[in-house]
Design a protein around this ligand. Structure first.
Ligand SMILES: C[S@@+](CC[C@H](N)C(=O)[O-])C[C@H]1O[C@@H](n2cnc3c(N)ncnc32)[C@H](O)[C@@H]1O
Length: 246
């Protein structure tokens, strides 16, 4: 396996865990200083949804919509810097704030629909929202460098449950407020990368992307602004709780 593409001679103090396949970094998605330009094949991320979730002390999840939009633009710009031409980005989006994201999303892009198989809110006389938008784009706007549709062609919607019941059963839920299920990351990684390629999650939370990428033989670079989640991700990935381990 080829070495991880971290910037040679970069300041290593934020790289809390690293071996030849995985680097877990304590830092801000808007400044991935350890990652050179055009070094990453695939980005999958799940940013804070501006709904007031308390992740920790270093980040804020309640901003006026225009500031939330501008913040989204900052991390998106940094993602596009580190992504290779032809590389893909998947980002889970909060439906409520999609209009505030769009001015910052380069054309062309697609919004995929993740349709839940179970709805968790039951209300009478109104529709129950049971889907989430997922931003998908290719750097440079052409066709993706790597694409492995599951059935020979890929529809822009997919089903999979992540109703509250399922999300509460994710073991990381005890230590992170919003972990996503492994199958979601598995799906994107298998579709849009090959073994040994470099996957990045600039806001990795409990480390779902880190864990799944490693399991599938991909290299991985992840960031979180809250140090405690970098340690949590390391436990999932390395099964240890010591810095610079492997
Ligand atoms: C929705 S959670 C990600 C959950 C993840 N998908 C999982 O399965 O565990 C968003 C994460 O982004 C982190 N975060 C917030 N602002 C950040 C920033 N500017 N840079 C890096 N991470 C940030 C939060 O600490 C939080 O862990």
């Amino acid at each position: 396996m080829t070495a991880l593409p971290l910037r040679p001679g970069c300041d290593q103090t934020r790289v809390l865990y690293q071996d030849e396949r995985t680097a877990l970094i304590h830092g801000d998605a808007r400044e991935m200083a350890e990652v050179p330009a055009a070094a990453v094949d695939l980005i999958i991320t799940d940013p804070p949804f501006n709904l007031g979730v308390r992740y920790g002390t270093a980040s804020k999840d309640r901003r006026p919509p225009s500031l939330y939009g501008a913040w989204t633009g900052e991390w998106l710009r940094e993602c596009l810097r580190v992504l290779k031409p032809g590389g893909q980005l998947y980002a889970l989006m909060p439906l409520k704030w999609v209009p505030w994201w769009l001015p910052y999303v380069p054309q062309p892009f697609r919004i995929l629909a993740w349709c839940k198989t179970m709805a968790h809110l039951h209300r009478e006389k109104t529709y129950i929202r049971a889907w989430e938008p997922v931003l998908w784009l290719v750097k440079g706007g052409g066709l993706p460098a790597t694409f492995h549709p599951r059935d020979g062609e890929e529809l822009d919607w997919f089903t999979g449950s992540n109703a509250l019941g399922e999300s509460r059963r994710i073991p990381q839920k005890r230590r992170h407020p919003t972990p996503r299920p492994d199958w979601l990351y598995e799906r994107f990684i298998l579709e849009s990368s090959e073994p040994d390629m470099v996957v990045c999650d600039p806001m990795m939370g409990s480390g779902t992307g880190a864990y799944v990428a490693r399991k599938l033989g991909r290299r991985f670079i992840g960031y979180d602004i809250e140090e405690k989640y970098v340690h949590l991700a390391s436990e999932r990935v390395f099964g240890i709780n010591e810095s610079k381990g492997g």
